[in-house]
Ligand binder design. Structure first.
Ligand SMILES: NC(=O)c1ccc[n+]([C@@H]2O[C@H](COP(=O)([O-])OP(=O)(O)OC[C@H]3O[C@@H](n4cnc5c(N)ncnc54)[C@H](OP(=O)(O)O)[C@@H]3O)[C@@H](O)[C@H]2O)c1
Length: 267
């Protein structure tokens, strides 16, 4: 049996899509997360905490290729440094890493930590590949669902996204993981650019709800960077195939959409 491909964060939104593709390509997979998961044929789960460092070396040992997807709101820089150290000690021959478009341009702490994580990988001395992706449809849906619960929805002026389907990102990452180390590859975005107001409106339409939108202004340097489109890649990106509209139609099936369209009686 060949050496397993280690997928950190293989239980997350993206990781759950990546592991079956690696299995279909005939590779044994080892999934690293803090909480673990149920093992299946060809899929082994190991637990380690990339931020504290606990359990990493044992989890990495024996893997020649590592696909680093684990991430959280804090500590991704530290997690990457810890993973790199273990990978250097255990002889990993290809480290593949997902990052976020705008990590090098938007001045927010979590993006700064993504940039530092990128640097840890690029400066590791290990053969590496990194892909910066746009926001996944799933994340945009979570945000829009929360906003749409408010009686009046704040819509930051000038804020745009190029949401990409996590399945498109997973397919690209598998291709990169099974290929030769390539350094920083072209960014991956969704097929279209949307204003935040358009994303909210399309969601409201899909669930048959009405809400007034009120324009707000994002403050500070980060607000300026977003208005300037520093979170977008308008030239030279690869684009996923699945649109936001198609994702919404899949994710909000007809019964739910019709349920929201029921007339509301007097209170
Ligand atoms: N979501 C987006 O729109 C987007 C866009 C571009 C790039 N990305 C990047 O893509 C990656 C995956 O995103 P996702 O949306 O799939 O994330 P997710 O659903 O939140 O999954 C995160 C995964 O990482 C694991 N994890 C978190 N902290 C860990 C730690 N300290 N040690 C070990 N495992 C840890 C989690 O499992 P446990 O909780 O069990 O540890 C889980 O498997 C992240 O690096 C993210 O920054 C995301």
């Amino acid at each position: 049996m060949s050496a397993p491909i280690l997928v950190t964060g293989g239980t997350g939104t993206l990781g759950r899509l990546v592991t079956p593709l690696l299995r279909e390509a005939g590779h044994p997979v080892r999934v690293l997360s803090r909480r673990g998961g149920p093992s299946a044929p060809g899929i082994e789960h190991v637990t380690a905490d990339l931020v504290s460092g606990e359990g990493i070396e044992a989890a990495v040992r024996g893997a020649e290729v590592v696909l680093h997807l684990a991430g959280g709101p804090k500590g991704d820089d530290r997690a990457a440094r810890n993973l790199v150290r273990a990978a250097q000690q255990t002889g990993v021959r290809h480290l593949v890493h997902i990052s976020v478009i705008g990590a090098d341009r938007v001045p927010l702490a979590w993006l700064r930590s993504k940039l530092d994580a990128e640097r840890a990988v690029a400066e590791s001395g290990l053969p590496w590949t990194a892909l910066r992706a746009a926001q996944f449809h799933d994340l945009v849906l979570t945000v829009v669902e929360k906003l749409a619960k408010l009686p009046v929805v704040p819509a930051p002026g000038g804020l745009r996204f190029q949401p990409v389907d996590a399945r498109d990102v997973a397919a690209r990452l598998v291709e990169l993981t099974l290929g030769a180390p390539a350094g920083l590859v072209p960014d991956l975005t969704g097929p279209a650019v949307y204003g935040m107001d358009e994303l909210v409106r399309s969601y409201l339409r899909a669930v048959g709800r009405r809400r007034p939108l009120v324009p707000v202004r994002l403050p500070g340097k980060a607000g300026r960077a977003y208005r300037a489109g520093d979170n977008l890649t308008l030239d030279g990106a690869e684009t996923g195939t699945r649109t936001w509209e198609a994702f919404l139609a899949e994710r909000l099936p007809e019964p739910r959409r019709t349920a929201h369209r029921q007339p509301v009686g007097p209170r």
